[in-house]
Design a protein around this ligand. Structure first.
Ligand code: FE2
Length: 337
């Protein structure tokens, strides 16, 4: 049963209204606004019938208090003809409607029923909104979980690819990982945004993925390569890009995979593009790959050897390598030790 509170300082209208409503609703009464408000704070009601002219606290002040504390409770004002204008004005404070005294029984029932209908629909909307909010936060949690699962799959896939490349190629274990780390340090020293650094690091780790499609005997051959064999090896950037094209979350790695053998002077492969036409990510990885290849040739790394690596980089800056990327290493902004 819906709850109605009648607040009126005069007993006669208060009681006669209660008689009209008591069979249909759960009705309580208060002889003043302060009493009514304290009753509501203990037990909220669905609708308040509120007299305007009362001592201590008048109905308009009480209306504003009710709306502040119980915004969903509907309020119907009770007014004598003299306060009609006030009652009309009070609608802007959130009153649902007003009833003119002396009241008509049918009239009052009709207004109350309309007020309760509005209360029901706003309560329904509130419930629907709460359900939607719950659902949204549940979905957000699921998306977070799915995202971290995808990241785990991604990292697993990348790791498997790295191990496959290193196992097939003649490079020592962890070559790809070291190229990835060095590329990331160079990118950071160049001031590349964080998200891009991560992309470059991941792309660098699988830059040689295309070697999966190259004959192992050629990859591992120690003797001089014939020109056919050299041409065969040169296919690995294109093969790699094709492999990665079919994996949506590896798409960002394509420029590095495809262009990591392009030279700054345009004499590289597969396309022979030059300078800034080579994506920065690829220009970084070319240098990191060359550094690690030179360093891997020696089981120990003394200072003299690092000096030799840096000399080699300096001599090839502007021809094989992007001079800006080489400068990052020459200026010791990235340590090779
Ligand atoms: Fe390569």
């Amino acid at each position: 049963m819906e709850k109605i509170l009648i607040i009126d300082d005069e007993m006669s209208p208060r009681e006669s209204m209660r008689m009209v409503l008591k069979d249909k609703y759960s009705v309580s009464t208060a002889a003043g606004a302060l009493d009514g408000l304290s009753m509501m704070s203990e037990s909220p009601v669905d609708l308040v019938l509120l007299d305007i002219k009362m001592p201590k606290m008048d109905g308009i002040t009480a209306l504003q208090e009710i709306k502040k504390k119980h915004p969903d409770t509907e309020v119907v004002l009770l007014t004598a003809y003299a306060s009609l204008e006030t009652a009309r004005d009070a609608i802007r404070f959130g009153a649902f409607d007003y009833i003119l005294k002396p009241f008509d029984k049918d009239d009052i029932l009709q207004v109350i029923e309309k007020g309760l209908a509005r209360r029901r629909s706003s309560a329904g909307l509130k419930m629907e909104r709460d359900i939607l909010l719950d659902r949204a936060s549940f979905l957000e949690k699921q998306i977070d979980e799915a995202r971290s699962n995808i990241m785990m799959c991604y990292e697993g896939t990348v790791n498997a690819l790295i191990l496959t490349i290193d196992a097939k190629d003649h490079y020592t274990y962890n070559h790809s990982r070291r190229v990835a780390e060095l590329s990331s340090s160079i990118a950071a020293a160049l001031g590349v945004p964080k998200k891009t650094i991560k992309e470059i690091e991941q792309a660098a780790a699988i830059h040689d993925i295309g070697k999966i499609g190259i004959d192992e005997n050629i990859l591992r051959k120690n003797a001089h390569l014939t020109s056919e064999e050299a041409e065969e090896i040169k296919r690995h950037p294109v093969i790699g890009a094709r492999i990665v094209q079919s994996v949506p979350f590896l798409e960002d790695a394509i420029p590095v995979i495809l262009y990591h053998h392009e030279r700054y002077d345009g004499k590289g492969y597969p396309e022979g593009i030059a300078g800034e036409k080579i994506p920065l990510s690829a220009r970084i990885v070319i240098v990191a790959d060359a550094v690690d290849a030179m360093m891997s040739a020696r089981p120990y790394r003394n200072a003299l050897f690092i000096e030799k690596v840096l000399k080699e980089l300096g001599e090839n800056a502007g021809t094989q390598f992007d001079p800006d990327v080489v400068n990052i290493l020459l200026s010791s902004r990235v340590s090779l030790v």
